[in-house]
Design a protein around this ligand. Structure first.
Ligand code: ADP
Length: 341
């Protein structure tokens, strides 16, 4: 659906040239949710903005749905842009227009007749769960509702690709989750290709099929989310993975507990798949006859099945923790372990 071939973007500034995107090759499949993660200044915005030519590459080719965007005339580009829409961190809504009018706006520009427009707007309002809010103004809506309007407006012309520019960065965690769920729903219902940029690993983990890690304008690592997540190669990728497996305050708390009870072992399990935390734990108790305390656990549903991080304390275990963990692996649960002693 999307290919980038040796794409470069150089900005000329008064302080000299900035290589914002530096020779990027990328291929994104139809129906995929593809995430690009990187710290501020890595080149993510510039990259995603080149996917609809809001920014023109200095060199290289961007092809979307079979069209080489760099070669299109302005008129052809306007048409192509209807197939590649975008949502934004700060929603970019028209504040003097109602929800319905915001959603209808791209349809008006495309010259869709009024009656058809109204019908389409009603469908979209239903799709994004904004029933009853059609006559509200953006200022009367919560952040999550505003982003729902942004999504409905972006879908108005039946695009093939949806670009998400830090679309949940201005939202609280619960609202972020509901917007991410909506993105998965429309990805599946409409077979829509979604490309998102973010600096938050949990967004990638929750909904993306594949991920590319960006640093200094380059893609330094990419692959299926689970592969990258389990076997990060680059230092920067490990840093992102740490964001979700090892929040600092948890690590401190665990280290403290470990030092208070030197005879026990504290293990952090990060598992993907399986059903839930409980079967894993009961099996360890049965097999090894040890006391297992769950110190802290969190299991969430993700695109790749359940994902959980658990801190458990093993008391009276003769066997090596590694052995217990091997056994957990036998539970068709992929476990990664960090032990604290
Ligand atoms: P990110 O989205 O990962 O934070 P950006 O794509 O915004 O990264 O920026 C990449 C680099 O390009 C940064 O060094 C930024 O300062 C520079 N940059 C981005 N846009 C412009 C611009 N319009 N003019 C000059 N420099 C820019």
């Amino acid at each position: 659906m999307i290919t980038l071939d040796a794409v470069k973007k150089i900005f000329q500034t008064k302080d000299g040239a900035v290589n914002a995107v530096d020779h990027v090759d990328l291929s994104i499949e139809q129906g995929e949710i593809f995430g690009i993660i990187g710290y501020s200044g890595a080149g993510k915005s510039t990259l995603i903005r080149m996917l609809n030519m809001l920014e023109r590459p200095t060199s290289g080719d961007v092809t979307v749905a079979g069209k080489n965007l760099s070669q299109l005339s302005n008129r052809e580009l306007r048409k192509a842009r209807q197939e590649i829409s975008m949502i934004f961190q700060h929603f970019n809504l028209l504040w003097s227009r109602t929800v319905k009018e915001n959603i209808a706006f791209p349809l008006e520009i495309a010259g869709v007749p009024k009656e058809e427009r109204q019908k389409r707007v009603d469908e979209l309002i239903k799709l994004v769960g904004l029933e009853g809010r059609g006559e509200s103004y953006p200022s009367q809506l919560s952040g999550g509702q505003k982003q729902r309007v942004g999504i409905a407006r972006a879908l108005a012309n039946n695009p093939k690709v949806l670009l998400c520019d830090e679309a949940t960065s201005a939202l609280d965690p619960k609202t972020t989750d509901s917007i991410l769920n909506l993105l998965v729903e429309i990805n599946q219902k409409l077979d829509l290709t979604i490309v998102l940029i973010t600096h938050e690993m949990h967004v990638i983990r929750k909904i993306c099929h594949r991920v590319a890690v960006m640093e200094d304008g380059r893609i330094v690592e990419q692959g299926p989310v689970l592969d990258v997540f389990r076997h990060p190669k680059e230092f920067i990728t490990k840093d992102f993975v740490k964001q979700i497996t090892e929040p600092e305050e948890t690590t401190d708390m665990i280290k403290q507990l470990a030092s208070e009870k030197p005879q026990s072992k504290i293990v952090q399990l990060t598992f993907v798949g399986g059903n839930a935390e409980q079967p894993v734990i009961t099996d360890v108790i049965r097999k090894f006859d040890v006391q297992v305390n769950i110190l802290q656990g969190k299991v969430s549903q993700t695109q790749n099945g359940p994902y959980g991080t658990l801190f458990i304390q093993l008391e009276g275990a003769d066997q090596e923790v590694d052995e217990a963990v091997t056994y957990m692996n036998g539970q068709k649960v992929e476990v990664e372990v960090i032990s604290y002693e």
